[in-house]
Design a protein around this ligand. Sequence first.
Ligand code: B4P
Length: 189
Amino acid sequence: MLNVIIFGAPGSGKGTQSAKIAEKYGLMHLSTGDILRNEIKSETELGRLADSYMSNGHLVPDKLVIDILDRLVGNNRDAKGFIYDGFPRTLAQGEALDKMLEKHGERVNAVISLEVEEEELIERLLERGRISGRKDDNRETIESRLKVYQNQTVPLKEFYRNQGKLIEIEGVGSIELIFSSIENEIDRL
Ligand code: B4P
């Protein structure tokens, strides 16, 4: 089973590249952002709680996302593998994922980090906000998400670098070009 994490700042192209990776390698695409947005759309209790954090650009509490992931991984033991998109986002989530996989005799194989300058991230997210109307893609919330990324998510890079699993990829250029760099790395696993 292949377990690949796609890592990067908001707007770095995680969702875009994950969909392509999932299709090419037959992996199950687990996007915590999409899962939470679906809960909000369905007006569930979980969705209401998640919305109160997401609309301010804050992270949803660890326990909540860890429980969702644990359930999904446990219920899909026959999958060829998973691409984790937007998870983990904190050290606690990274440690929980390691434990979760260990339970099933599995491990994270690689962490692909998409590297993009902040100016470009802001531009992409504002553009997406204009097109999709995603309500957390406005200037104020984007700034808050980028701060949260620096403070709470970036420390995970060291965590995975120390495990020898971090692969940094230039996330600027055409979507196809970036995907071909990712393919080269996954093919080597
Ligand atoms: P996510 O849904 O993960 O959203 P995101 O980080 O903002 O970026 P996304 O991955 O969707 O965008 P992408 O880079 O693909 O999270 C939303 C919120 O949910 C979080 O802020 C948080 O509140 C909550 N949440 C999610 N997971 C959580 C967790 N584990 N713990 C706690 N809270 C959690 O693309 C952005 C844009 O760039 C797109 O419009 C795309 O078309 C464009 N783009 C992509 N590649 C490009 C390229 N090469 N060139 C030009 N544009 C490109």
